[in-house]
Design a protein around this ligand. Structure first.
Ligand code: PMP
Length: 373
């Protein structure tokens, strides 16, 4: 096949492998509890669905401005204390990440990705033919260490990816660290992508947003905070010059997010319904986080997550073997650590975006498995 060279380093083998193992477990009659899910298990709230239906009837079925409908840009701008000219609505956060990558990562430039991190960043960097430089964060509670960043920085760095609350660890970074990263990046003319998609899902302290810094592109969306993964509403907050560059990609990529979905989200953001919806979900996630953490810390070395809905324990041995055996022997599906970057060979990601009932059974099975029963 004549696949373009920009895709040659990108592999889909792990996704296929995981699919095969799940299928095998099902064929063997295992009732599988899936803790590898990357989206809230909640339905989109009826309030949002009703408003979207009404918006469709009102004619929100066409293209919108590439930047998004004014009401939504305004509502987002108010939430983050920025001007609405600095907001661009996209078809999900994923589209925003690709737009930013194509806009700011030069071929052969360096892209810094703290490990562990959301696996798509590696794909974007590879697609742009960049050199990936990973900084391990395992010794620092999974938070990037500005000193380590300083050691690898040079003028070839085009971009640094940050994601707090983090997928796969659930950790949040403090303001001092984040500001230090932004300053280091500025000294070398690099752009920071701050992926804040989980910013509404936190349990103790509120995550810091990097919206408003001139060398930062904030990527966010409503997939997670409003349980709307299938609706494809994301957004970017950045300086107008940076948005202009991203518009060059967005105008031919996402073009605009679905009009009726934009309208529904704008309404629930403006009248406070969005906060109520998120709070209800986060209260349930907090209960699950507390339960899962209390069980796992008896079995593994594990950092307590402060946000998102993932936890990243360190297991004995190789993660791939662990995940395969756990699935085939006990019917519990987890995600191995390796796709999240270097140094994650003995970690697994557990998503607690499933019912408490499922989590109770899954934790019992993991406990038996860890004890060799
Ligand atoms: N960033 C992170 C860290 C994510 O975990 C995800 C979803 N798995 C995304 C971005 C993509 O979100 P969206 O559905 O809005 O494209």
């Amino acid at each position: 096949m004549n696949e373009a060279s920009r895709l040659s380093q990108i592999s889909t083998s792990l996704i296929r492998r995981m699919f095969e193992i799940v299928e095998k477990a099902k064929r063997e009659g295992k009732e599988v509890i899936n803790l590898s899910i990357g989206e809230p298990d909640f339905r989109t709230d009826d309030e949002i669905i009703e408003r979207a239906c009404a918006a469709m009837r009102d004619g929100f079925t066409h293209y919108t401005s590439n930047f998004g409908i004014p009401e939504l840009r305004q509502a987002i701008a108010e939430r983050y204390g920025v001007d609405d000219r600095n907001v661009m609505v996209t078809a999900g956060a994923s589209e925003a990440l690709l737009n930013a990558s194509l806009a700011f990562i030069d071929e052969r430039s360096k892209v810094i990705i703290p490990s562990p991190n959301f696996l798509s960043y590696f794909v974007y960097a590879k697609m742009c033919k960049a050199k990936i430089v990973q900084i391990r964060t395992h010794e620092n509670g999974f938070v990037v260490d500005p000193d380590k960043l300083n050691e690898v920085m040079d003028r070839e760095v085009s971009m640094i990816f940050l994601n707090y609350p983090n997928n796969p660890t659930g950790v949040i970074a403090d303001e001092k660290t984040l500001k230090a990263v932004v300053e280091i990046a500025r000294d070398y003319d690099a752009i920071v992508i701050s992926d804040e998609i989980y910013d509404q899902i936190y349990y103790d302290r509120k995550p810091i947003s990097l919206a408003g810094y001139e060398n930062v592109v904030v990527v966010n969306g409503f997939s997670k905070s409003l349980a709307m993964t299938g609706w494809r509403i994301g957004f970017v907050i950045a300086g107008e010059d940076l948005l202009d560059s991203m518009l060059k990609v967005h105008q031919v990529n996402g073009v605009c997010a679905p009009a009726f979905a934009q309208k529904a989200v704008a309404e629930v953001l403006a009248d406070g319904t969005a906060d109520r919806i998120a709070k209800k979900m986060v209260d349930e996630f907090r209960r699950r986080r507390d339960f899962v953490y209390s069980k796992l810390k008896e079995l593994f070395e594990v950092v307590k997550p402060e946000g998102a809905f993932y936890i990243f324990p360190r297991i004995e041995g190789n993660c791939m073997e662990f995940v395969e055996k756990l699935l085939l022997e006990k019917g519990v599906a987890l995600t191995p650590g390796t796709p999240f970057g270097e140094g994650n060979e003995s970690y697994v990601r557990i998503s607690y975006a499933t019912s408490m009932e499922n989590l109770k059974v899954a934790m019992e099975r993991i406990e038996e498995f860890a004890h060799g029963d």
